[in-house]
Unconditional design. Structure first.
Length: 120
């Protein structure tokens, strides 16, 4: 993995999330995209839109990008998440890794994970 810049559709996606713009977020996804968030999979535009509306825009999520990596053409974005979501049992700062696969200028898959230190 090598450090890279936030560009293209992934940059558009992060900007749309931070603007809380459901239509702009959805414009970054392919029609048959899937999202896996918190071990829950959302398949296709309808399911992804419901997730975006409820859990991203609905919870006013913002992402403060901390690191961007390229891994064989896929993009990994680590960022601090904020918003109005339930913080029960969550750390003060929530850093999540976002694994983006892009084909033909659209996000075809997004996996959002709270990773732990591999030394644990």
């Amino acid at each position: 993995m090598k450090p890279t810049e936030l560009t293209g559709v992934v940059a558009e996606h992060i900007a749309a999330v931070n603007a809380q713009d459901t239509d702009a977020i959805m414009a970054t996804f392919a029609e048959d995209a899937y999202v896996n968030d918190a071990r829950r999979e959302f398949n296709g535009a309808g399911a992804v839109r419901r997730w975006v509306a409820r859990e991203m825009v609905g919870d006013k999520v913002t992402i403060d990008v901390r690191e961007v990596l390229d891994h064989h053409g896929d993009t990994i974005v680590r960022g601090a998440y904020d918003g109005t979501f339930d913080r029960t049992n969550l750390p003060g700062e929530i850093i999540l890794s976002n694994y983006f696969s892009v084909r033909d200028g659209k996000i075809v898959s997004l996996v959002v994970i709270s990773n732990t230190d591999p030394d644990h």
